[in-house]
Design a binder for this molecule. Structure first.
Ligand code: GDP
Length: 444
């Protein structure tokens, strides 16, 4: 993730102080110097760093710490709290209109990820909040933008309101909101035009749309890979439009990302969502405290649990549990479980949320295991239905055929079958011992 470099450095610094039974002023001084360097190196705004360090110092040297059980840990707590505060403190939720629909205007520079984020947000609202959103294509200058949104709409099976490229964006927005009222959509997400740079024409148009539809939210989409520019862009948009929140995109990117951390401090506007990949489910509500935890290597167990809860299909989990109990779990079910794990996102992404996982460098190679999942899927897909239900029929010649069909080797097929048998044995034991209270689909 984008904060990886920052996280590495901060975690190193923190390790030095965590176990300390006594923290001297000198310790705090050294630690804050390192934190300061790490933040600057990650491209956090200079003034923001200065203020942050001042606050950490005041609190860390103060009585807060000196009377604690483990002063080292208390210092870390201060750093974490201040880092969270820097990113906005409390989670800032999406406004909801008193009377539906809630109108959300998506604004930002071209390429920031507006269109993609509109689709992701619509998906998030439906999946996590059970809402019924409508997307609106109001970027009439780039025909590709309309097509792109329409494609996203198809993928999500969600309506996209468009009037083509000849219509006026202000009119499009007005008509769309009226239509949403008539047809009882509860959210209208307006994908507006972007430019390569902030310019007057663009701002005028956005202001006109704002006046016409009186949005409940104006979300500024910011590419976190653009460094300090992201902060400048945020300032300009905010001056002109008084935005209500920020969405950080491309946090999965390999950049320092620190500029993004400065946006709240500089503009005063909260970060509401963070996008961590190109896929439609890679948008998360932004929780400053959890993000601070993640950066400091304390993990983000809460987000992990939320992810598991929304991504794992309850009904399927129940069916699976029954199958485990009566030992009728087949390779087909195994394949299904794989799919569910995959739905949760990349293993790498999941690992980043686990406490201390960042430190266990070996785990970074978990990517490899995704390849293994690919192989397992390919192998099972090359089996006949009978073979999947009753693997005991798989003899040597069948193994050869399966290996050929899946582009793997007989050894790999053997390994999978062995693992499957062991897993089945284990399930039997588990289910025999306990009254199956296990939740979720991850229990293989
Ligand atoms: P727009 O011009 O602001 O509408 O930007 P788009 O939505 O077309 O996005 C520009 C590019 O950034 C596309 O290739 C997206 O797939 C990509 N993109 C958007 N969000 C993310 C993200 O969170 N992570 C990554 N890696 N790519 C993203």
């Amino acid at each position: 993730m984008a904060f990886e470099g920052l996280a590495d450095r901060l975690q190193g610094t923190i390790k030095k102080i965590t176990g300390k039974g006594k923290v001297t002023e000198q310790d705090v001084k050294e630690m804050t110097r390192e934190v300061r360097l790490a933040l600057l190196e990650a491209d956090v705004n200079f003034k923001v760093v200065k203020d942050l360090i001042k606050r950490i110092k005041e609190r860390a040297v103060g009585q807060d710490v000196l009377q604690g059980l483990n002063p080292g840990q208390q210092v870390i707590k201060v750093v974490k709290e201040e880092l969270a505060e820097l990113m906005g403190g409390e989670q800032s939720k999406l406004e909801v209109a008193n009377k539906p629909p809630t109108v959300v205007m998506m604004v930002g520079l071209q390429g920031a990820g507006k269109t993609t984020t509109s689709g992701k947000l619509a998906n998030h609202l439906r999946k996590q909040k059970n809402r019924n959103p409508m997307l609106v294509a109001a970027d009439v200058y780039r025909p590709a933008a309309i097509n792109q949104l329409e494609t996203l709409g198809k993928q999500l099976e969600m309506p996209v309101y468009s009037e083509g490229t000849d219509a006026n964006p202000v009119e499009i927005a007005k008509h769309a909101v009226n239509k949403a009222k008539e047809e009882h959509y509860d959210y209208v997400l307006i994908d507006t035009a972007g430019r390569l740079h902030v310019d007057e024409g663009l701002m005028d148009e956005l202001q006109n749309i704002k006046e016409a539809v009186n949005p409940d939210e104006i979300l500024l989409v910011v590419d976190s890979m653009t460094g300090q520019d992201a902060v400048n862009v945020a300032e300009s948009f905010d001056e002109q439009l008084d935005v209500s929140g920020v969405v950080l995109t491309k946090l999965d990117g390999d950049t320092r990302g620190g500029a993004a951390l400065s946006i709240k401090a500089v503009t005063g506007k909260p970060i509401k969502f963070a996008a961590m990949g190109e896929k439609l489910d890679q948008l998360e509500a932004f929780h400053p405290d959890r993000m601070a935890s993640r950066i400091l290597g304390m993990g983000d167990v809460l987000s992990l649990i939320e992810k598991a809860e929304t991504d794992v299909d309850e009904k399927k989990a129940k069916e699976m549990e029954q199958k485990m109990k009566d030992a009728s779990f087949t390779l087909d079910d195994f394949l299904d479980q794989m799919g569910q794990v995959r739905n949760m996102g990349s293993l790498d992404e999941i690992m980043n949320m686990m406490p201390g996982a960042g430190k266990m460098k070996g785990l970074k190679n978990m990517q490899l295991d995704e390849k293994q999942i690919d192989y397992v899927e390919a192998i099972i897909r090359s089996m006949t239905l009978k073979e999947r239900t009753d693997p005991s029929v798989i003899n040597a010649s069948r193994k050869k055929r399966i290996a050929q069909g899946s582009g793997t080797s007989v050894a790999q097929v053997n390994r999978l079958l062995k693992q499957f048998n062991e897993m089945k044995k284990m399930m039997k034991q588990m289910m025999g011992g306990k009254k199956g209270k296990k939740k979720g689909g991850m229990n293989f």
